[in-house]
Design a protein. Structure first.
Length: 179
């Protein structure tokens, strides 16, 4: 079944999105796989106009608050497609056959053009309607690793926009959002 979540036709607005790995496979415990996402965040921001204001890369999913002036759905779809190819290629190079077997097992049967499926379908986009909703989503993103018990303070999690605000070393320079 295809995702029932769709991007509204309201372009240039903020969206809270979640991209999850099929079967909750913990791929992003290795920084090299996270770095593929970061490299692609930079590409889509610098070359395609994607604005990334907040993000969090967890062990098997990521959250972002993003915007794009025209085609946010297509941009996110392309980002997921490209990162899936890159991550699967690295998994093959690393001989991570156990993970590859799971990606094959969780692949939807109608996806006949590929052997593996990395991402669940869709990105569960939610239009951010107001400042209260934005603040709730920011807190949700930044406290995700605390809630999961991975860290005690949000800024301890390396792949998080909260580090930008805490003045800590971080892998990705977020876009500024005027509140």
């Amino acid at each position: 079944m295809r995702s029932r979540y769709k991007f509204d036709n309201i372009q240039g607005h903020l969206y809270f999105i979640t991209c999850a790995v099929v079967g909750k496979i913990q791929i992003f415990t290795d920084p090299r796989y996270c770095d593929i996402l970061i490299e692609n965040f930079n590409y889509y921001r610098n070359k395609k106009g994607l604005k990334i204001f907040y993000y969090m890369i967890m062990d098997h999913h990521l959250h972002m608050i993003v915007s794009h002036p025209k085609e946010i759905g297509k941009i996110i779809q392309n980002l997921k497609s490209y990162t899936a190819k890159e991550i699967i290629s690295l998994l093959k190079e690393d001989k991570k056959n156990d993970i590859l077997d799971l990606l094959k097992m969780f692949k939807k049967s109608y996806k006949v053009d590929s052997t593996y499926q990395l991402w669940e379908e869709g990105s569960h986009p939610k239009l951010v309607h107001n400042t209260d909703m934005l603040l709730q989503k920011i807190n949700y993103i930044h406290f995700n690793p605390v809630k999961r018990g991975f860290v005690t303070e949000p800024e301890e999690w390396y792949y998080s926009s909260v580090r930008n605000f805490a003045g800590k070393n971080n892998p990705f320079k977020i876009d500024e959002l005027d509140l």
